[in-house]
Design a protein around this ligand. Structure first.
Ligand code: 13P
Length: 352
């Protein structure tokens, strides 16, 4: 069984200079699409469940779907990650139920809407790190709030995200504060704010440096070269799928995502985990709408879901290849969580 800690995967990615897409999962077809793509190109996998997914499917269903993936593809190392934990309690419950990685999002208060204080973020994240590392589980923290540098709007989507207007300071992670945060909390990975937001509506034009601050990644990486950086809100919002959705009756306004080339630039500067949810949703919706439009007599939901699965699988494979994780799965020797816990128990290794 190759369920591993996310830290092990991110360390391997850093050692070999690639990035790993972390795909959000809500149902069986999404898990199967990601696993078929990973299997076909030999990529390690991060499967993550958001607050929205936990509400939709329930934690037990999510966990069992991921366990089914582990059982079906024993040769692929998989990290089971909890996305955007609102509190220490949410993270501890995920750890208890078998997640090998948790995100403690202390950038927001427990309501997942209100930006918190820096002191609160440090304290709650440190607490989760102490618990999680004792059992070899990885912790991702977040500093700065996701939101649009273009509009100043915060980015609530799928159960988490600030509400209303934010200042530029809140939407751009400060490199010095990032260094202080990592030193105080001991997180394995840090989600940074650089102008991306969750969902389909990220940018009203193809983003340039003023609205997508890739330069900020370089400054942060220079301060904390040994911390794995995480890009949230990193769907590329494929124009071809928007066109299919519109052609078959969907209504999606003009919008742009994070170009794959910008993510690749981030990977060259310390980004190791790239969160993708919306792209899978857009491709599945496009594929289902197309089949419904082309075959109005069809009534078997499996037919629509099979099309959706294929569309998501092709998209995931493209991302595994573009981020460089394709070809890496069989080079990773799964390490038990106990061994990870023993590594964390050595202060020198943890601080590195
Ligand atoms: P997208 O909405 O851009 O896919 O981002 C997902 C995400 O960051 C989940 O945490």
């Amino acid at each position: 069984m190759a369920l591993v800690s996310m830290r092990q995967l991110l360390d391997h990615a850093a050692d070999h200079g690639y990035g790993l897409p972390a795909f959000n999962v809500n149902n069986m077809e999404q898990v199967q699409a990601i696993m078929q793509a990973a299997d076909s190109c030999n990529s390690p996998v991060i499967l993550q469940g958001s607050a929205g997914a936990r509400k939709y499917a329930g934690e037990a269903f999510l966990r069992h779907l991921i366990e089914a993936a582990v059982e079906t593809y024993p040769h692929i190392p998989i990290a089971m990650h909890q996305d955007h934990g609102a509190s220490a309690g949410v993270c501890l419950r995920a750890i208890r139920s078998g997640f090998t990685s948790v995100m403690m999002d202390g950038s927001l208060k427990e309501d997942m809407k209100t930006p918190s204080t820096y002191e609160y973020n440090c304290a709650v994240t440190r607490y989760v790190v102490d618990m999680a590392h004792d059992v070899g589980v990885t912790v991702e923290g977040e500093l700065g709030c996701l939101g649009s540098l273009e509009s100043g709007e915060a980015g609530e989507e799928d159960g988490s995200g600030a509400e209303g207007k934010l200042t530029h300071d809140q939407m751009l992670t400060d490199p010095d504060q990032a260094a202080d945060f990592v030193a105080r909390t001991g997180v394995d990975a840090l989600a940074i704010a650089i102008g991306t937001s969750h969902g389909a509506y990220k940018f009203s034009r193809k983003p340039t440096g003023d609205i997508l601050a890739i330069e900020r990644i370089k400054q942060i990486h220079a301060k904390i070269p040994d911390t794995h950086l995480v890009m949230h809100g990193s769907s590329s919002v494929p124009q071809e799928w928007l066109a299919v959705i519109r052609e078959y009756g969907g209504k999606i306004k003009e919008t742009f995502g994070v170009p794959v080339e910008e993510i690749q630039e981030g990977i060259r500067h310390g980004v190791r985990k790239i969160n993708i949810d919306t792209d899978i949703r857009l491709s599945m919706t496009g594929a289902m709408r197309r089949l419904m439009g082309q075959k109005p007599e069809e009534f078997d939901p499996r037919k629509f879901l099979a099309e959706a699965l294929k569309a998501a699988r092709d998209l995931c494979k493209e991302r595994f290849e573009a981020f460089g994780s394709a070809g890496q799965a069989d080079k990773i020797k799964p390490m038990p969580l106990e061994a990870m816990a023993a590594r964390y128990a050595q202060p020198v290794r943890v601080a590195a």
